[in-house]
Ligand binder design. Structure first.
Ligand SMILES: [Zn+2]
Length: 288
């Protein structure tokens, strides 16, 4: 558990994203949920020992940010409208409860009995939604919940002025491999500018260590590198499949290793990134 502000904490060592919380004078506000059921349940019991959890805000629809919501069944979940719309679809892509239970036997045996546990519904999507912004007051804290599409369409940042902290989800990957498998790279660039404009000292990324604004330029450069690489493939007139036959030097675009227990997706991620950017660059050129 890492302190990132006077009353703000994040956990960077769980399998999955960096789930976080702010302790207010009227209970906790969580940002994303621990991916592994056993982590989620332990986390909840530890927090509720001291004070109630008031809200859970999701920054994006990727399973490592939302799968653990199920283990907070009584907590009101907040998310961007499009996140609510795609919530179940993204969880389906993560696998059925039976498939997840089978996988967990090898990767997370302590969680097996919690998958499909009668006390927890299979999912827990947002019940409170917003389009562009939502301001939330809890105890003495104000939460500015801001739609910042980029890494995903419903991508959201949670800025807490009293703490000088912004939680960005995967619009920032601090010194670990950036996932561009469905991003809009141009919106992502704008999102990074919006994050830079906030009066926050600490950025809590979706993955990796908390960092400062000085990292945002490097994050933008990694997205830019990938766009440049795929643009050159498109300019050579290759099809997406031909482009994928080319040797891709991942480290030339992004020097960082793949994060938290995600090494098995290494090759697939590169392919998904090239396919996604290829399609978007082609569409953009056609629209010109
Ligand atoms: Zn993500």
């Amino acid at each position: 558990m890492r302190r990132v502000g006077k009353n703000s904490f994040t956990e960077i060592y769980f399998a999955g994203c960096n789930p976080s919380f702010v302790e207010t004078s009227d209970g906790y506000v969580m940002i994303d949920s621990p991916q592994q059921p056993i982590d989620a349940v332990r986390w909840r019991e530890r927090l509720e020992e001291k004070a109630p959890i008031r809200y859970l805000i999701n920054t994006e629809p990727h399973a490592d940010h939302i799968a653990g919501n199920a283990y907070f069944p009584k907590v009101e979940v907040i998310g961007q409208q499009q996140l609510k719309e795609c919530f179940e679809r993204y969880l389906e892509a993560f696998g059925s409860i039976d498939e997840r239970r089978e996988r967990a036997k090898a990767s997370d045996p302590d969680s097996v009995w919690l998958l499909g546990h009668p006390g927890y519904p299979p999912s827990h999507p947002p019940s409170r939604v917003f389009e562009e912004r939502l301001e939330l007051h809890v105890g003495n804290h104000r939460f500015e919940i801001i739609h910042m599409p980029g890494h995903t369409k419903p991508q959201t940042s949670v800025y807490v002025p009293e703490e000088g902290v912004v939680f960005t989800g995967d619009n920032v990957f601090y010194k670990c491999r950036s996932w561009l498998q469905e991003c809009d790279p141009w919106e992502w660039r704008e999102a990074l500018k919006s994050i830079a404009a906030l009066d926050a000292e600490v950025i809590v990324p979706g993955h990796g260590e908390p960092c400062g604004k000085d990292y945002l330029e490097e994050q933008a450069q990694i997205v830019e590198n990938w766009v440049g690489f795929v643009e050159r493939l498109v300019e050579r007139g290759l099809s997406a499949e031909e482009a994928l036959q080319e040797k891709v030097s991942v480290t030339a675009q992004d020097p960082y290793p793949i994060g938290q227990r995600l090494f098995m997706y290494d090759q697939r991620l590169t392919e998904m990134t090239v396919r996604n950017l290829y399609k978007r660059i082609r569409e953009r050129k056609e629209a010109e």
